[in-house]
Ligand binder design. Structure first.
Ligand code: MG
Length: 305
């Protein structure tokens, strides 16, 4: 019988040999999503929650393999948790960022900027000062597939910050085609933001940009940090050493703080997002088209979110 050989890693730099292990395997936990996104780890509960956007639900995976519907949604995409552990979600349907309170009620964090509705918030991260940062491309209003078709009210597709004290929504960057995943470096001195405009525009961006975060919160710089050679970068996370683990067309790309592609974890479906979880935060959970996967790696995720 012919042996089936499936390559799991594409190693581009020797540093990657310390971040992945030939003895590990990619495990597929669930395969019945329509478009899986928004993985978020609950360290206190030992479970993973993620979005199936077109099916309008959040799913929950438990380490015993059990998957169940956590709750229905109005096309929720990216998720994270704030410093109090509350679920913060980007909702295409309501064109807003929402927080789920301990009693299950919903608080609106942002739904408008300068009096006009947001496009369709895509991904979100909470800084240690409690400020909520999110991206607002138009994916969720371009069709009825993962939201409700509508004309954008915002002239640009922006990165926003919500002030933790006042709740004011401020535009931090507006020179994106399709701002998407975002994450801070360890220490929060840098903010990385993906531009996935290549999904809908010929020669559109397929890169992650890096900004310096000034003491007053403003973003400076914004140079291209990493350009993918396959698909687009959607969601991503940063590990404790500052490496970026980003979604791409052929798997998860691991990018060093200096922008070098260290290697790839190859995935058989287009990857949308990742997060670190597991008891030691070294289990990389991967949402990829229809499936939720995980693999143990040599990197450790930054504690919450
Ligand atoms: Mg996204």
């Amino acid at each position: 019988m012919a042996e089936q050989i499936t390559q799991l890693y594409d190693i581009r730099d020797d540093r990657f040999r310390f971040l992945v292990f030939e003895t590990e395997t990619l495990v597929e936990h669930y395969a019945d999503c329509r478009w899986a996104e928004g993985p978020v780890w609950y360290h206190d509960l030992g479970c993973l929650i993620w979005s199936d956007i077109p099916n309008q639900q959040l799913l929950r995976w438990l380490p015993d393999g059990h998957v169940s519907v956590f709750r229905s949604t109005n096309f929720v995409n990216g998720n994270t948790r704030d410093r109090q552990g509350r679920l913060v979600s980007c909702e295409h349907g309501g064109r807003r960022v929402i927080r789920t309170e301990a009693d299950g009620s919903i608080t609106v964090i942002a739904d408008r900027f300068e009096g006009r509705r947001l496009n369709s918030p895509n991904d979100v991260v909470v800084k240690s000062d409690g400020s909520v940062w999110f991206t607002d491309p138009t994916y969720g209003i371009q069709s009825n597939y993962e939201g409700y078709r509508a004309e954008p009210e915002q002239p640009t597709r922006n990165v926003y910050r919500v002030d933790p004290q006042t709740g004011a929504v401020a535009k931090m960057a507006d020179d994106f085609v399709m701002p998407n995943g975002l994450a801070f470096s360890p220490g929060e001195g840098k903010l990385y933001v993906a531009d996935s405009g290549g999904t809908h525009y010929r020669d559109g961006p397929r890169h992650i940009r890096v900004f310096d975060v000034a003491d007053d919160g403003r973003l400076l710089g914004g140079a291209v940090h990493y350009e993918t050679d396959n698909g687009v970068p959607d969601g991503f996370r940063v590990d404790g050493d500052g490496n970026i683990w980003t979604s791409a067309g052929d798997g998860v790309h691991c990018v060093a703080p200096d922008g070098t592609l260290l290697g790839k974890v190859l995935i058989p479906q287009t990857v949308s997002n990742v997060t670190f979880g597991g008891p030691r935060r070294n289990q990389l959970f991967i949402t990829a088209t229809k499936s939720l996967y995980s693999i143990f790696v040599g990197a450790v995720g930054i504690q919450a979110p």
